[in-house]
Design a binder for this molecule. Structure first.
Ligand code: GLU
Length: 491
């Protein structure tokens, strides 16, 4: 396919959420797969609800996900402007063309009149359609009314027949034209409706494929009617399935984090989020779950996108994130984890006491030890505290269990002596030395290792104990054992 041009058209009226990203992603896969162009258009005609902060946040989120665009804000392009608020003259010109060719007309009906009409329709059991009353106004009447009344512009719409949407994902979808009334294309404030602006932009921006959320499917016949009246060639359409919460209701805030920003703050990796969202409604045709963005781009095709709603599963996203955390290159994870350490209440002072390069070297070792056991970058920080601080708290249950045994103090004292003498101070030697101690004392390894781990980390579980002890170094390990012995044991 040549000349592929797709667009992602967010409204800056909120953060970028999972549904939006998935739409952006499918557009991106499709166009990158075909060597086409990705256009980012900002649908900001709703001035009340649009804000520069949301715009900024959407752009930041897309950049964080590395979903780049070839035309749009910050990069420009020859079909701009890419903000609808800067294209109002284009919509007005197109509306004027429709008026001139009698395919659209001014409507002066007041909200009260329209409401009264609607009620009559409802009483008759008919859908609330506009009667088309203002179609008949003479040029003189229009002139007079325009002088002192608000007006909208309505499109003359077909009353009979059908409008057929050929959707790449959903197949042929037929709409009876009698459900449409003469709908508004320019509102009384002079701004275009979503349907009108969208069609005009899709045409002038030479969009070949409109890939968007299923909730817009019911807008598509209206957009086709507008395009027909304007004599535009239609783009191809693909409506991607809804994303539902696990209880099959509409996904919302109450189901947990839904915005990219929130995931970022939780320590989800962009690679994992992309991988997860790509599989919401699309599959490469086998059971593969872990895929790089390049693999997915190569394998992506719209006809493998499902018609059925996708069910959102935060646990799976987090599971996938854990996988990425374990398998991505260590230096990449270090780089991504660094801001989390810098901003952590517990560790930021420690981080700032090092030169950044030195800290990164230490962090690399710590992350290598703990990353198998965590699923997010935030958890990584939480699991790393004792590597950097001596003033950690001790797991209460662990203290009761391992330090209250009557020979606990004696065991810690023996561990202390063993670690004081072991040479070289390396995991294997430490393991052997503690192993010998367990034999000498005729105690299981657990009776030695568990109180030792608790003393040096405050925890009952964690990465390989001998690696941890080696990382901490002899001095620190001995100090911690001594401290725990004094704090918790009497012997
Ligand atoms: N601004 C619309 C939205 O965010 C765009 C819909 C479309 O892609 O046409 O839902």
């Amino acid at each position: 396919m040549t000349g592929i041009r797709v667009r992602f058209a967010p409204s800056p009226t909120g953060e970028l959420h999972v549904g939006g990203v998935r739409t952006a992603l499918f557009n991106w896969f499709f166009t990158r797969n075909h060597g086409g162009k990705m256009i980012l258009r900002i649908d900001d005609t709703d001035r009340q609800r649009s804000s520069p902060e949301y715009l900024e946040s959407i752009l930041t989120s897309l950049k964080w996900l590395e979903l780049d665009w070839d035309e749009g804000p910050e990069v420009g392009g020859k079909y701009g402007p890419y903000f609808q608020s800067e294209r109002l003259n284009i919509y007005n010109d197109e509306a004027q063309k429709l008026i001139d060719s009698k395919k659209a007309y001014y409507c002066f009906c007041t909200p009260e009149e329209l409401q009264a009409e609607r009620e009559i329709n409802l009483r008759k059991g008919q859908p609330p359609r506009y009667s088309g009353k203002c179609r008949q106004l003479s040029p003189q009447e229009i002139k007079d009314k325009k002088a002192h009344k608000n007006f909208v512009i309505r499109l003359l719409s077909p009353e009979t027949g059908q409008t057929v949407v050929e959707d790449i994902i959903r197949g042929t979808v037929v709409f009876e034209n009698n459900i449409f009334d003469d709908f508004i294309i320019i509102k009384s404030d002079g701004l275009p409706t979503y349907n009108f602006a969208s069609v005009v932009d899709d045409f002038y921006m030479k969009i070949s494929h409109v890939i968007r959320a299923e909730e817009h499917l019911s807008n598509t016949p209206r957009q086709q009617i507008i395009a027909e009246q304007l004599g535009y060639k239609l783009p191809s359409y693909a409506h991607v399935p809804m994303i539902l919460a696990p209880d099959h209701s509409k996904l919302s805030k109450r189901h947990g984090a839904t915005s990219v920003q929130e995931y970022k703050e939780m320590g989800v990796l962009p690679e994992a989020l992309i991988n997860y969202l790509a599989l919401l409604g699309w599959s490469p045709g086998d059971d593969r779950e872990l895929m790089s963005i390049n693999e997915m781009t190569d394998l992506f095709s719209l006809d493998k996108v499902s018609k059925n709603p996708a069910i959102y599963d935060l646990k799976k996203l987090i599971w996938l994130n854990g996988n990425y955390l374990r398998t991505m290159k260590l230096d990449v994870i270090v780089q991504k984890a660094l801001p989390f350490f810098k901003n952590s209440d517990e560790l930021s002072d420690v981080v700032h006491s090092y030169r950044e390069d030195d800290f990164k070297k230490i962090l690399e070792k710590v992350i290598d030890l703990v990353r198998d056991r965590v699923k997010t970058l935030r958890e990584l920080v939480e699991a790393s505290g004792y590597f950097f601080r001596d003033d950690f708290t001790y797991d209460e249950k662990g203290v009761k269990k391992h330090f209250s045994k009557k020979n606990a103090g004696e065991i810690l004292a023996k561990v202390y002596r063993t670690l004081k003498d072991v040479e070289p101070y390396q995991p294997e030697q430490i393991k052997n030395a503690l192993g010998e101690l367990s034999q000498t004392l005729n105690l299981s390894m657990g009776r030695i290792n568990l109180p030792t781990r608790l003393a040096v980390t405050g925890r009952t579980m964690g990465p390989d104990l001998f690696e941890v002890i080696t990382f901490l170094g002899r001095e620190k390990t001995l100090e911690r054992i001594k401290k725990a012995k004094e704090l918790f044991t009497s012997s």
